[in-house]
Design a protein around this ligand. Structure first.
Ligand code: DQA
Length: 139
């Protein structure tokens, strides 16, 4: 089982960015923990991040070569039709992930244009959201 983890805009700032919302861990630390969990499950896992919408689209296209995608698109979640179309254009199942519970936050975060083309959504469990997404894909 090969999994691709895609983090989008501003997620390279984790650890520094609003730690009361997103926690104190860096993206590298989160990825290391997730890699250890994947190894324990015998899964292969790769990580990419970009702040650029078109690069995220290309990462999603490359997800054709994987068995599953874990995607935190950051703020693009709420308005990027390009990212939505990229997910629709491949067969690989994609799990939408958020560290924060977006539904408890500002109204503009309550809309996701990608949920309807993802197999599921996990939000609100901090870094554990990624681990739960991995478990969901492996099951
Ligand atoms: C986020 C939630 C988004 O609303 C926000 O723009 C982010 C992070 C999350 O992981 O909670 O950048 O995707």
């Amino acid at each position: 089982m090969k999994i691709l983890v895609i983090n989008g805009v501003n997620l390279d700032m984790l650890g520094v960015r609003e730690p009361h919302i997103y926690g104190g861990k860096s993206l590298d630390d989160i990825n290391k923990d997730l890699a250890a969990q994947a190894k324990a499950y015998g899964a292969e896992i790769e990580f990419v991040q970009s702040n650029i919408e078109g690069e995220i689209v290309e990462f999603i296209h490359s997800g054709r070569l994987y068995d599953g995608i874990i995607l935190n698109a950051g703020a693009y979640t709420h308005y990027s039709i390009a990212i939505r179309d990229a997910i629709s254009s491949i067969e690989t199942p994609c799990v939408e992930v958020h560290l924060s519970n977006v539904h408890k936050r500002e109204e503009f975060r309550h809309t996701s244009v990608i949920s309807a083309v993802c197999v599921g959504v996990i939000a609100g469990f901090g870094e554990k959201s990624y681990k739960l997404a991995l478990q969901a894909l492996l099951n």
